[in-house]
Design a protein around this ligand. Structure first.
Ligand SMILES: Nc1ncnc2c1ncn2[C@@H]1O[C@H](COP(=O)(O)OP(=O)(O)O)[C@@H](O)[C@H]1O
Ligand SMILES: [Mg+2]
Length: 361
C-alpha cells in the first residue's frame, strides 16, 4: 500500500507535467471565450505561440474557424459539454486542419473556464474505415438473408411432410414425427433470429430521455452486482422521430452486455448530447443526437473489436452473438450509426441519430 501523501505527490507531479506533454491540443478560454492557455501541442497545431494568442478571442485567432461560437457561448451558460467531430481551421499560412473538438466547462480557482480538447483527424481515413466496416456488415447480412431463404424453403416442406405422415402413424410412431416437427421449428426460429428484426419501425416524435429512463428503471433492479448507473442528459435535446420500442431494445442489448462484464465496482454512464458535423455511413449530417453508453469494464477483446456487430460473434461461452447485430439493424432502421470505442477500463457504444434539417439550413 502507498501512503496518501505519496499518492498525492505523484498525482500533483503528473498533473503538472502531463498537460505540457500531451499529444492532444488543449486550449483554455475564459467565459468571454478569450484564450487563457494553450499547451505546447496546441501551439504546434495552430502554429502560434501562447505569447501571441493570450487574451485574443479564440475564433479570431484563425482565418476561419468552423466551431459554432453560439454553441460555445451556450456551453458557458448551461455547462452542457459537446463534441464537434469536424472542425475546420484555416491558419494564417493558408493551411487547413480538421479537428475533433470536445468542449466542456471547468472551474479553476473559482473562475469559469472553457476547456477545448482538440484531436487532429485524418477524416478521409476515418470515413473509409467506417465505409469498409459498413460494407462488410452488409455483405454478412446479404449472405445470411440468402442462406436463410435456402434453408427455410426445404424446411417448410420437411415439416409439412412430417405433418402428413403424422396422420398415418400409430401413437407410438408419432413420437418420431413430432421430433421432426419440433426440430424443424427450432431451426426456423434460429434462422428468423439470425435474420433480425424485419418490421419497419413505427416512427413518432418523442423525447429520447423517456426511453433512456425506461431502460434505466428496468436495469437498475435487474442487476445483482450493484453496478452504479449515472445519467448525464442534455435536457435541451429536441424531440426526434424514433420507434421507442426499437430504441429501447437497442439500449437494453448494449446495457445488458455491459452488465455482463462488470463487477461490483462497475459503472455505466447513460449520456446524451447534441453532436455536430457527424458522418453517418459516408453522408455528412450537420446536427445529430448522440446517445452514449459508457462502462468502466475490461473492454472488448482486441480479436473481437472489428466484428462485434456481426451476427453470431460472441466472446461468451453462452452468448448468441445476436445482441449487437440486432442493435445495429435497429439503429440502421433509424438512419443512424452505431459505433464502438473500447479499451480496457472504458468501453463506449454510441448511437448517432440525425436530426432533421431546419428549414433555413
Ligand atoms: N461493454 C462491453 N464490454 C466488453 N465486451 C463487450 C461489451 N459489449 C459487447 N462485448 C463483447 O461483444 C460480444 C458480442 O455481443 P452480443 O452481440 O450482444 O452477443 P452476446 O452478448 O450474445 O455475446 C460479447 O460476447 C462480448 O464479448
Ligand atoms: Mg449481448
Amino acid at each position: 500500500m502507498h501512503s496518501s501523501t505519496q499518492l498525492k505527490e505523484i498525482r500533483q507531479y503528473y498533473q503538472q507535467q502531463l498537460v505540457s506533454q500531451l499529444g492532444t491540443a488543449v486550449v483554455v478560454l475564459n467565459d468571454r471565450l478569450e484564450v487563457k492557455y494553450l499547451n505546447p501541442s496546441a501551439e504546434a497545431t495552430f502554429n502560434k505561440s501562447l505569447n501571441r494568442l493570450l487574451d485574443a478571442p479564440f475564433v479570431e485567432c484563425f482565418v476561419h474557424c468552423s466551431l459554432d461560437v453560439e454553441r460555445l457561448a451556450q456551453v458557458v451558460r448551461t455547462g452542457q459539454d459537446f463534441t464537434d467531430s469536424d472542425v475546420i481551421l484555416e491558419l494564417i499560412d493558408g493551411s487547413r486542419i480538421s479537428l475533433e473538438v470536445s468542449v466542456s466547462v471547468i472551474r479553476i480557482d473559482g473562475k469559469t473556464r472553457v476547456l477545448l480538447e482538440c484531436k487532429q483527424i485524418d477524416k478521409q481515413k476515418q470515413i473509409n474505415t467506417e465505409m469498409f466496416q459498413e460494407q462488410q456488415w452488409q455483405a454478412a447480412r446479404d449472405l445470411i438473408r440468402g442462406l436463410a431463404h435456402e434453408i427455410k424453403n426445404p424446411l417448410g416442406g420437411l415439416r409439412g411432410a412430417a405433418q402428413l405422415l403424422d396422420r398415418e402413424l400409430s401413437t407410438e410412431q408419432k413420437e418420431y414425427t413430432s421430433l421432426i416437427i419440433e426440430q424443424a421449428d427450432r431451426l426456423t426460429n434460429l434462422v428468423d433470429r439470425l435474420l433480425g428484426p424485419n418490421q419497419l419501425p413505427k416512427l413518432a416524435p418523442m423525447n429520447i430521455h423517456q426511453v433512456l429512463e425506461t431502460v434505466y428503471q428496468l436495469k437498475k433492479y435487474d442487476n445483482a452486482k450493484g453496478v452504479r448507473f449515472i445519467r448525464d442528459y442534455d435536457p435541451s435535446i429536441p424531440e426526434i422521430d424514433v420507434d421507442p420500442e426499437k430504441l429501447q431494445q437497442t439500449l437494453l442489448n448494449i446495457v445488458g452486455n455491459a452488465l455482463q462484464v462488470l463487477d461490483e465496482d462497475g459503472q455505466i454512464v447513460l449520456k446524451t448530447r447534441i453532436a455536430t458535423n457527424q458522418t453517418i455511413n459516408g453522408e455528412k449530417v450537420k446536427l445529430a443526437i448522440k446517445i452514449s453508453i459508457i462502462d468502466n469494464g475490461p473492454g472488448i477483446p482486441a480479436s473481437l473489436q472489428d466484428k462485434i456487430f456481426y451476427p453470431m460473434v460472441s466472446g461468451r461461452a453462452s452468448g448468441t452473438g445476436l445482441g449487437l447485430s440486432i442493435a445495429q439493424t435497429l439503429v440502421h432502421q433509424h438512419h443512424g450509426k452505431l459505433a464502438c470505442h473500447s479499451y480496457p477500463g472504458r468501453t463506449e457504444f454510441s448511437i448517432i441519430l440525425p436530426l432533421p434539417k431546419r428549414p433555413n439550413q
